[in-house]
Design a protein around this ligand. Structure first.
Ligand code: PRP
Ligand code: URA
Ligand code: MG
Length: 211
């Protein structure tokens, strides 16, 4: 019962143009990743549970709705850091739990290098933040870690997701929901997304890219 949500919105199309363009400067790239993250984030949170509370406006009593679940943001270092601040704008009370992974350049397999999740205190809903989902190997590792931590519900937020990685996640984790700005069809021999945008981490942080 997995769910893939590919969000359709003219602003997504517009900002995707910016991030795909290889001539976009890092500052513009970061800003566009931020705008896309907000758009994806709004859709990825549209059915979060709320509870009614009573407050007083300056005029009278009013019934309002507040979030009834604890949401945690889980950026995958490094590129996921580019999505944190935009999601914090939407969810200012969310804790941020960092997980560090990089892909081995030869095998494209994920290598973990940072994880300080505590033993208890897992959020009800974890929003995993990573602009790129390629083979799905990194997200696979993260989902397994979050399930063993005790997270009730996992939602993956990506900007560009490739078909092979999506199919892997949907097949292996039927309980996980995927929210993506766009689905790209394939990977090249180096497991980069085609057409994609190159290496998101390098473009966010202006570090040299492998040719
Ligand atoms: O679906 P996969 O095949 O696992 O690929 C996706 C991963 O690769 C990238 O990270 P990268 O290894 O480039 O690390 P970085 O964020 O430090 O640049 C990207 O940000 C994802 O984490
Ligand atoms: O195309 C890709 C694949 C993995 N990671 C990226 O940053 N880009
Ligand atoms: Mg990278």
């Amino acid at each position: 019962m997995s769910e893939l949500h590919e969000i359709e919105h003219p602003l997504i199309e517009h900002h995707l143009c910016t991030v795909r363009d290889k001539s976009t400067r890092p500052s513009e790239f970061r800003a566009a990743i931020g705008r896309l993250s907000v758009l994806v984030g709004v859709y990825a949170t549209e059915d979060l549970a709320t509870r009614t509370c009573k407050i007083q406006t300056p005029i009278t009593d009013a019934d309002c709705e507040t979030l009834a679940v604890r949401v945690g943001l889980v950026p995958i270092l490094r590129a996921g850091l580019g999505m944190v601040e935009p999601l914090q704008q939407l969810l200012p009370d969310s804790a941020v739990w960092h997980l560090g992974l990089y892909r081995n350049e030869e095998t494209a397999e994920p290598v973990g290098y940072y994880d300080k999740l505590p033993h208890s205190g897992a959020p009800n809903v974890a929003l995993v933040l990573d602009p790129m989902l390629a083979t799905g190997g990194s997200v696979d590792l993260v989902i397994r870690r979050l399930l063993s931590w005790g997270v009730d519900e996992i939602r993956i937020l990506s900007i560009i997701a490739a078909r092979p990685g999506i199919e892997r996640v949907l097949r292996d984790f039927p309980q996980v929901k995927l929210y993506v700005a766009v689905v790209d069809p394939e990977l090249n021999e180096q497991a980069f997304i085609v057409p994609g945008l190159g290496d998101a981490g390098d473009r966010i942080f202006d570090t040299p890219q492998n040719e």
